[in-house]
Design a protein around this ligand. Structure first.
Ligand SMILES: Cc1cc2nc3c(=O)[nH]c(=O)nc-3n(C[C@H](O)[C@H](O)[C@H](O)COP(=O)(O)OP(=O)(O)OC[C@H]3O[C@@H](n4cnc5c(N)ncnc54)[C@H](O)[C@@H]3O)c2cc1C
Length: 349
């Protein structure tokens, strides 16, 4: 029996992969029901296709890619992407896990794990293998002594006509966010948010003249630094609990899916799981790319976006940046940003 702490997207995904390989799973979830944490619900199609589960009924809207803008200039990346109905997807995953004979125990808050036991509010459970999937404020990560860095993301879901919106929209403007703001279209609503605080999000929405009925208001922590250890003896971490969220894109769904598959293939050798996951997701170029964006001033953004305005990312050539040689610092930042983008697109977003 494998015990999984947390019935978030990472715990549910890992469970489905493990069940497919013939393992029996018991999930311990502190909430009374399945509930999605804050998420803009954007994901790339190819990562979702790895799931041993029919996710297609839970696509709210398909998009043609990602559009990255600075004021009135933009470039875009073609990609088969989707915006999900994530909570409905998670509820269906949970149903399937139970139908297949595994268990989800609700209101089971895990307080601590050690080499033999999982300690919950109601007692202790001796485990064979324990997978920590308990999100950014994970208690299972404490077993490893891991300390993470986080970004704070806040978001509204707003009723909105999205019939003309076909991209995941990312906006850079230091007026609102030190990193980025986003508008992801769903069928009849948008997820609009930013890295930063709600009052800045309100200013961003005012400037973009976005108004509508607010359906949901959410905020959450996004781990954005690499872990040193995610597996030891009979314990491993996955999802935000492992801090394998892409520190450049800040997307966590795709890394959780890939890691769930790797976990199910390496359950007998968790060191191998750790090695493969860290090799795949923890490329320092991702952090360098994020820091390069964070260090760009609005002036530098303007210079940069002027050069690439209207282009598809894969059509941008180094020669487009030759005029920037008079700004050597900027050229260095462009190098890190483009490498981080290329690396992120390899396994999703
Ligand atoms: C504002 C915002 C927008 C985002 N947008 C996107 C996006 O568009 N695309 C994308 O890919 N990623 C996005 N992310 C990141 C993504 O949401 C996370 O990476 C993902 O939800 C992590 O899933 P998880 O299962 O690891 O953690 P969680 O979703 O946090 O799930 C953890 C689960 O464990 C349970 N739990 C916690 N502690 C305990 C305990 N002690 N005992 C028992 N159970 C416990 C929780 O109740 C929860 O059910 C966004 C994040 C934020 C904050």
């Amino acid at each position: 029996m494998i015990h999984i702490v947390g019935a978030g997207i990472a715990g549910l995904t890992a469970s489905l992969f493990l069940i497919e390989k013939g393992y029996e799973v018991e999930i311990l979830e502190k909430n009374e029901w399945i509930k999605s944490s804050a998420c803009a619900e954007g994901c790339n199609f190819s990562s979702l296709e790895l799931l041993p589960f029919n996710f297609k009924p839970f696509i709210s809207k398909k998009v043609d890619g990602i559009k990255l803008s600075f004021i009135d200039k933009y470039f875009y990346i073609k990609m088969d992407g989707v915006v999900l109905e994530r909570e409905r997807l998670m509820k269906k995953m949970a149903e399937e896990i139970v139908e297949k004979g595994s268990k989800i125990k609700f209101c089971e808050k895990v307080m601590k794990v050690d080499d033999e036991f999982i300690y919950t509010k109601s007692g202790k459970i001796k485990y064979d293998i324990c997978i920590g999937a308990d999100g950014p404020l994970s208690v299972t990560k404490n077993y490893f002594g891991n300390k993470y860095e986080y970004k704070i993301g806040c978001q509204y879901e707003i009723e909105y006509d999205t019939s003309n919106m076909n991209f995941l929209e990312i906006y850079f403007d230091k007026k609102f966010s030190s990193y980025y703001s986003w508008i992801f279209p769903k069928e009849n609503s948008i997820n609009a948010g930013l890295i930063g605080k709600f009052y800045k999000l309100n200013e961003f929405l005012r400037e973009r003249r976005i108004k509508g009925n607010i359906l949901k208001k959410q905020a959450g922590l996004i781990p954005c630094f690499f872990p040193r250890k995610i597996a030891h003896k009979k314990i491993a971490l996955i999802g935000d609990s492992a801090s394998i969220t892409n520190p450049f894109s800040l997307g966590g769904i795709s890394p959780a899916i890939h890691a769930g598959k790797i976990l199910s293939e390496n359950l007998e050798n968790l060191r191998e799981y750790e090695k493969k996951v860290i090799k795949k997701f923890c490329n320092p170029v991702l952090i360098k790319g994020r820091r390069a964006i964070e260090s760009l001033s609005n002036n530098e953004m303007e210079i940069l976006f002027k050069k690439i305005n209207g282009k598809e990312f894969h059509d941008i050539r180094m020669k487009d940046f030759i005029p920037l040689l008079i700004h050597p610092l900027l050229i260095g930042k462009v190098y890190y940003i483009s490498n981080a983008l290329i690396y992120s697109l390899k396994f999703g977003w």
